[in-house]
Ligand binder design. Sequence first.
Ligand code: FES
Length: 147
Amino acid sequence: MSSRDDKGGVARRNFLNLAVGGSAAAFAVAGTYPVVRYLEPPPGRARSASRVGKIEEFPVGSVRTVVVDDRPVHVIRTADEVRAFSAICTHLQCVVAYSAEHKQFECPCHGGVYALDGRNLEGPPPRPLEELTVTIDEGYVLVSASG
Ligand code: FES
């Protein structure tokens, strides 16, 4: 093999290394991009906090249903905190109602029952109600819908 062939061989090897490396990088980006896009909130639907009322409108011991991003949400105020749970049943997405008599959430569709902390207690619901983030800002209750 002549030195001229060696130089050609090195050049080809460098080219192939670049091509393989570039392809690997392109595949990595192509594989990662859809995952990142899936995890990001869609434009215009970024997670934002909705002002659902003044704190005085949620007396201690109360459960109120409000609407956040067109979805019903139960806001619960205890002596210690304010919490919010999606009112959408985790079984087949019926709207669960608060039962003042039983102090729990009840699904009218298949008898699912949830505790006031969102835990699924009875019936077919496979998991707790989705909890939303609550913040109190300048006397207002803000609830952040999940994406
Ligand atoms: S949809 Fe709520 S229990 Fe089935």
